[in-house]
Design a protein around this ligand. Structure first.
Ligand code: SAM
Length: 259
């Protein structure tokens, strides 16, 4: 039976065999590796991944697609988790985890923030996302794409845009261009924020009103003198600061906070 793509689940299925091969080659699965695919859908990537790994775990929200997967694969080949990847505890899948997926574009940002929380046990992640989102993930300071997503993900991961995928590779055909992005967690020693929740709040405040200066947006966290002591001009806007600057601000605030 043919499956009718559900918009609410962001369903655009890969249908170009050359692109599928190229993505799987980029992921380069090796037998026995601990891998989970988010949103296997009709199995475009699941089939070749499973063939190379021997066993794969998947997280899928659509019951109809789950029923198909159960028919097609044995439990030895595929461990199926039915449910919302945004609520899934990836820590239950064990260490050295590789996470892959052609992600539902309607939830791309929340899913990236959710996955960032599991970086400590992840080996790497390879995703297909809207190109525009990938450009924001990998953007450098000073560019219009540089924002909260760039800072919070670059703090935790090294990231690279690998290649672009045109709309014609999917059915139904989406309106937007897509890109493959690869994320590799930074070593724990490189994560130097004393309070990561505070770092997140400061970055959100700075970019919440990106046209305003840091003096205004960070008023509740830090004053001009303390910014100056860090070598940061309070008259700058959020997009001018590097990730390390945000970490320095967060650490100065953490040090200043009453114990
Ligand atoms: N991997 C398939 C492919 O490349 O053809 C399907 C990709 S499609 C863009 C996104 C997939 O994610 C669909 O199978 C959809 O049902 C599933 N999905 C959507 N929202 C989800 C969620 N919150 N949790 C888990 N899976 C989800």
């Amino acid at each position: 039976m043919t499956h009718r793509a559900r918009k609410r689940f962001g369903q655009n299925f890969l249908s170009d065999p050359n692109i599928i091969r190229k993505i799987v080659d980029t992921i380069a699965p090796q037998p026995g590796q601990n891998m989970v695919e988010i949103g296997p859908g009709l199995g475009a990537m699941t089939d070749p991944l499973c063939a190379r790994l021997g066993h794969l775990t998947v997280v899928e929200i659509d019951r109809d697609l789950i029923a198909r997967l159960r028919e097609r694969y044995t439990p030895e080949q595929l461990t199926i988790h039915e449910g919302d990847a945004l609520k899934f505890d990836f820590a239950t899948l064990g260490p050295d985890l590789r996470i892959v997926g052609n992600l539902p574009y309607n939830i791309s940002t929340p899913i990236l923030f959710h996955l960032a929380g599991f970086a400590a046990q992840v080996r790497d992640m390879s995703f297909m996302l809207q190109k525009e989102v990938v450009m924001r993930m990998v953007a450098d300071p000073g560019s219009g794409d540089y924002g909260r997503l760039s800072v919070m993900l670059q703090y935790r991961f090294r990231m690279a845009r690998v290649f672009d995928v045109p709309p014609g590779a999917f059915r139904p055909v989406p309106k937007v261009m897509s890109s493959i992005v690869r994320l590799v967690p930074r070593p724990p020693a490189a994560l130097t924020a004393k309070d990561e929740v505070l770092l997140g709040r400061i970055v959100a405040a700075a970019f919440g009103q990106r046209r305003k200066t840091l003096r205004n947006t960070l008023r509740e966290f830090i004053d001009d003198a303390a910014l100056g002591a860090l070598g940061i001009d309070p008259g700058l806007r959020a997009e001018r600061l590097a990730v390390a600057d945000y970490v320095a601000i967060a650490n100065a605030c953490a040090d200043a906070a009453p114990a």
